[in-house]
Write a protein that binds this ligand. Sequence first.
Ligand SMILES: [Zn+2]
Length: 168
Amino acid sequence: MAEEVTCNFFKLSFGEWKGLRYDIKTLAFLTEEEVAPGVLAHLVKYTSSPEQHTSRASRIDFYRICLQDDNIIDALQRDRRIELTPLALYVITHELVHIIRFSKFQQRFDLEPRERTWEETIVHNIATEILKPMNMPALQSVLSAYDPLTARSSSALDDRYLYAHDSF
Ligand SMILES: [Zn+2]
C-alpha cells in the first residue's frame, strides 16, 4: 500500500519504480549492523564495490529498510493513539521517500547533522502529502506525533525518532 501511493505521488513509471533497488526486512532477518537501537527504522545503503564496477555509472546502489519491530511495538505501547497499521504505513512511506530522493540525486546520503534535520522535515512533509488523501482516520495521530517540527522532547513518544542513514 505504501509502495503504491508513493509511486503514484512521484508519478514514477513502472520502469523507474523497478529501477529502485530496495527491500524491507524485519528485525528477525537483520544482521548485527542493521539493528539500530532507539529508532523505528534504519535505512542502510549498500553500494557495489569499486573493484566490481569501475565507472560510477555502473555502480549499483541497494537500499534496505530495516524495520526495528521491537521499537515500533514500544512506540505503540507508549502512546495509545498510535495504531500499528498507520504507523507501519507512515514508516515505510517515509523511508521510500528517502530512497527516491537519494536515487534521484535530490539529496546526498551522507548528510551533516543540520542538513539531516532539514531533510527529515522535508521527507516528513512529503510523506504527509502522500498519505493525507488516504481514508484512514488513525493516520492523523501518527502524522502529527512524528512531525519533526512539533514533536516535543517531553512527549510520550520517543524524541529520538531519528533515522540513521548509514552507508558501508
Ligand atoms: Zn527519515
